[in-house]
Design a protein around this ligand. Structure first.
Ligand SMILES: CC(=O)SCCNC(=O)CCNC(=O)[C@H](O)C(C)(C)COP(=O)(O)OP(=O)(O)OC[C@H]1O[C@@H](n2cnc3c(N)ncnc32)[C@H](O)[C@@H]1OP(=O)(O)O
Ligand SMILES: N[C@@H](CCO)C(=O)O
Length: 377
């Protein structure tokens, strides 16, 4: 990871586009209890904030994403390169873009692998995190950076949940909201898929109740199992079938004795690869915390009802988008969200066979819609 500059009062220095910085945003009492005396948020920016502070765009990452949305000066690929950048849909020649690593994460912001004031990793002592905690802390960072109004807040998947929550929590600060491949409240099935993932981590013998940082081994097997299941939900049945079908992994024979080694089908090898890749870049406690944050996602919490919560968006221009083949955040959930909004706008579709991950691979399909409805000036 690139070295990180920490500042108590962030400076928006020129020539640091897409470079990680970190800022202390103060103490935090978490929504469901627990307290941290100091939270630091890692963030990256692109473009220049105009004198009136009216061109700011907040981009929210999904579950295992981070603040590195676009390449910028870091010269390492961003997860929304092509969608965010000079001349792109979110044009960093015109807009000032901010992305923040969510609290509880493992990419620069305070999370369970961070050290407490005694130099000990928080581990199991890290508070339960919610999407509301995420946006309340991010709003503090925005204030430090001198941003009082967002031209747009945008995100997909958990990023969509964060974007929606931000607008419901601070409607007076948000002009345009874009919610992609997401929903207003985690559904029973989303909670169910997530529960299997959290169990896979907790049941790993190397988990040690979350206090594994001083041990020789980490719960990578559990994290990998969690990622395998999650990744299946991120891709469509049709994509897996077309891409892998029943083909064996080259050089392997996917049959054998119950107690003996056997080769793999290609799709198994693919899932193994996704599991190893995630275990190499992500902390199991952060995965657990952020997954449970998403399980708890409910914009109605703290309001009389869902419609009361969404009624707060009366003055916000909301764009809802779905991936046609999404089997985790079904298009019907986006339709339901759009129909529940005060403005009752239509859902815009990313037409992709890939499934949920289409919000990452095919976001540019929303280019003309977003240039017309959100980024027209
Ligand atoms: C916004 C966010 O919050 S998320 C941040 C970015 N997200 C991630 O990084 C999540 C993990 N990655 C992904 O979900 C996906 O890679 C995406 C969505 C980013 C891109 O999807 P795609 O381009 O369709 O790539 P796909 O998921 O199919 O994976 C390709 C990988 O599988 C590997 N692969 C393909 N077939 C096989 C196989 N039979 N055996 C082993 N590995 C295989 C490829 O070699 C490639 O490896 P690499 O990623 O190390 O280069
Ligand atoms: N691939 C994405 C999907 C979750 O929405 C991620 O890992 O964050």
């Amino acid at each position: 990871m690139a070295s990180i500059a920490t500042t108590a009062t962030p400076q928006l220095a020129e020539g640091q586009h897409g470079m990680m910085r970190r800022s202390a945003v103060g103490e935090h009492h978490f929504e469901f209890g627990g307290y941290l005396p100091e939270v630091e948020l890692a963030y990256e920016t692109w473009g220049t904030l105009d004198a009136a502070g009216t061109n700011a765009v907040l981009v929210m990452h999904a579950l295992t994403g981070d603040a590195h949305v676009a390449q910028g000066d870091a010269h390492t690929a961003g997860w929304w390169d092509g969608f965010v950048g000079p001349g792109a849909t979110i044009d960093t020649n015109k807009y000032f873009v901010l992305a923040v690593n969510m609290v509880g994460g493992c990419n620069g912001s305070t999370g369970p692998s961070s050290l407490d004031e005694h130099g000990v990793p928080y581990g199991s002592r890290f508070p339960f995190v919610t999407i509301k905690d995420s946006v309340r802390l991010e709003a503090r960072l925005a204030k430090q950076l001198g941003i009082s109004t967002w031209h747009a807040v945008i995100g997909g998947s958990m990023g969509g949940a964060r974007a929606l929550e931000y607008a419901v929590e601070f409607p007076e600060q948000v002009k345009n909201l874009v919610v992609m491949a997401s929903c207003a409240q985690a559904t029973a099935e989303q909670i169910a898929f997530a529960q299997v993932q959290t169990q896979a981590i907790r049941l790993d013998p190397h988990f040690h109740g979350g206090d594994y940082y001083t041990q020789d081994a980490r719960p990578d097997a559990g994290l990998g199992l969690a990622r395998r299941l999650a990744h299946i939900t991120y891709r469509s049945e049709a994509e897996l079938e077309t891409r892998f079908g029943r083909k064996p992994q080259p050089g392997e024979q996917p049959t054998g004795q119950l107690d003996g080694p056997r080769g793999r089908y290609q799709v198994e090898s693919y899932l193994d690869h996704q599991a190893t890749k995630l275990a190499n870049r992500f902390d199991a406690n952060s995965y657990l915390l952020l997954t449970e944050a998403l399980m708890s996602h409910d914009v109605a919490r703290g309001h009389e009802s869902l419609s009361a919560a969404l009624a707060r968006l009366q003055q916000v221009n909301v764009v809802v988008a779905a991936v046609s083949s999404d089997r985790l955040y079904f298009p019907e959930q986006s339709e339901k969200l759009a129909a529940s909004l005060p403005t009752k706008s239509p859902v815009h579709y990313i037409d992709s066979p890939i499934g949920h991950d289409g919000f990452l691979t095919d976001a540019s399909q929303l280019d003309s819609v977003l240039r017309t409805l959100v980024f027209s000036h």
